[in-house]
Design a protein around this ligand. Structure first.
Ligand SMILES: [Fe+2]
Ligand SMILES: [Fe+2]
Length: 300
């Protein structure tokens, strides 16, 4: 069923082997990875996260070292910006939109997958950004960010593998730091989860099945399965964001969510053409929220 396995060059449990904080000598919330702890240098998770964001090495972006055990004692907020490896050509141009028919060409599929690869990279980096920018959030939240970061890096590996199967490589197409242009405008953790998790990642619950259909229609079954896999795995990321949003806003509803989006973003960009109701329910959004999202129209 699953077409791709995590490439061997990916980090072996790069982040989930993180033990965050010890309370009174009691180890808490250790994630079982079956792996050994990689960091022995005394580095903190915050230093690791900042190094990931700011790195200009493609190898580091794709295969960061394992996350350390230790968290900083009293970190100050910091607001880093991403390093870009020389292999990646950053463009400010709006990418061409893709039509189904064009995907018959392997180059068009590789270009689209390269865009998705770069979305994953930005998501991984922005999880690190959030734990650095909002150090006063609950440890459980920051632990979750590291786990999601690890998922996004794994997704990068899945995309990279298929790009290469199509005869291309990472760096073959320009990239645009679209998410980085927007997400750091979030000034609170509520805004962050509203925009990234309940917004961009939730829209992916709708985009991935559409692209799976397109890949299948042009005979790229592996590409279709990859879209389905990533779409399934994003559900947990959206659920994470929804849970924290509700906790921090006392069960905030659709209006609270809209009010939490940093301007000028509106729900219009944060949903697909056909709402995936079941997936959004699985991700913790309630029916009333989904109804309002589906019915939302920009004011004239
Ligand atoms: Fe992802
Ligand atoms: Fe995600």
């Amino acid at each position: 069923m699953v077409a791709f396995e995590a490439p061997s060059e990916l980090p072996r449990d790069a982040v989930s082997d993180t033990t965050l904080g010890r309370t009174s000598g009691v180890e808490e919330d250790r994630v079982d990875t079956g792996d050994t702890v990689g960091a022995t240098t005394g580095e903190t998770v915050e230093e690791w996260a900042r190094a990931y964001v700011e790195s200009t090495s493609l190898a580091h972006k794709c295969t960061p070292p394992p996350a350390p055990l230790r968290w900083a004692e009293a970190p100050s907020p910091c607001d880093p910006r991403p390093g870009r490896p020389p292999e990646l050509r950053v463009s400010l141009a709006k990418p061409r939109s893709v039509k189904l028919g064009a995907l018959r060409a392997p180059e068009a599929r590789a270009r689209l997958l390269h865009k998705f690869w770069h979305h994953e990279l930005q998501a991984a980096e922005l999880m690190c950004w959030a734990l650095l920018r909002f150090p006063d959030t609950e440890p459980e939240f920051r632990r979750g960010l590291v786990r999601i970061c690890r998922d996004e890096i794994r997704h990068m590996g899945l995309y990279q593998r298929h790009i290469e199967a199509l005869g291309y490589r990472v760096g073959a197409f320009p990239v645009r730091d679209w998410f980085w242009e927007r997400v750091p405008t979030c000034e609170t953790p509520v805004q962050f989860v509203a925009l990234l998790g309940m917004g961009f990642e939730a829209a992916n619950l709708e985009h991935t099945p559409r692209f799976a259909t397109w890949f299948r229609a042009v005979g790229d079954e592996a590409g279709a399965v990859l879209q389905e896999r990533v779409g399934r795995e994003e559900v947990g990321h959206v659920r994470f964001a929804t849970r924290w949003f509700r906790r921090w806003t006392n069960g905030g509803d659709f209006d609270t969510w809209c009010a939490s989006l940093p301007p000028p973003l509106t729900p219009l960009l944060l949903r697909g053409k056909t709402i995936q109701r079941e997936r959004r329910l699985l991700a913790g959004m309630d029916a009333a929220f989904i109804d309002r999202l589906e019915a939302w129209r920009p004011s004239p």
